[in-house]
Write a protein that binds this ligand. Sequence first.
Ligand code: PSU
Ligand code: MN
Length: 304
Amino acid sequence: MFVRMNSEVDDALRRGGPVVALESTIISHGMPYPQNLKTARRVESTVREAGAVPATVAILDGAFQVGLTPEELEQFAKTADVAKASRRDVAAMLATGKPAATTVATTMIGAAMAGIRVFATGGTGGVHRGAEMTMDISADLEELARTPVAVVSAGVKSILDIGRTLEYLETVGVPVLGFGTDEFPAFYTRSSGLPVTARFDTPAEIARVLDVQWKSGLGGGVLVANPIPEAVALERDYIEGIIEQAVTEAGAKGVRGKDVTPYLLRRITEISGGRSLASNIELVLNNARVAGEIAVALSESTGQ
Ligand code: PSU
Ligand code: MN
């Protein structure tokens, strides 16, 4: 009732074919126009090249729309004031029929409603630096705990407290699978010094773990951590300096609540003069490819 699929996604799911969900907040609040639109289109093509059907998710006309038309994609890329909807915002958005972009948490909700098991993004939300004072912890983490979707990301940006984010995921029982890595990646850099739950080197092995997670009744989500390609990774000291500046500015300006993450993402792009954006785009494409391959492997092994 509250989910609508385009016909391509619907057909693929009916025959047990591979589908990859994609989020819309990364388009509306995560990257500037026009790079956001160009990236969203390239991400969809990358999923197709891997053999899966892309399904960008957003809230439109009182339902989760799973699979956007090119015009709808453009609307989310160009409308500066489109709302960002996390779990707590969903009922109000659906009831009023207002359009909203979906975060990792709400894209997982829409994907699960549609029956999609694999989702590609850039980075997820997590425990913010200073959360011991602000209690700013992304709803993405609780969603990972409860909703059975695998999220392929390049780890989390160090705008967050990566150690506490992993502690939280451990507490709520979310497997963090390293794709070709023993270490949890830190978005712009390949390492964080912190271990993943388990390492796997092929999409088929990841698909097998997902199948066990869900068939065994363990349920909930899985975070697949896929490091940024070496060639486009940034130097740790360079990006850390920029992130610290952005976090300090956000504190001084009193930025709060759902505005914190979009503010930091925008400032990091501005301060780096677009250098961070180029890396961000490449890691998202890399995640889309790996998610496509995992979706294909899952579909081949389980027909879902
Ligand atoms: N981190 C990024 N890029 C993003 C986001 C996070 O590197 O675009 C977006 C995602 O949509 C994520 C959301 O789900 O920010 C988290 O927001 P919050 O911290 O308010 O939960
Ligand atoms: Mn928050």
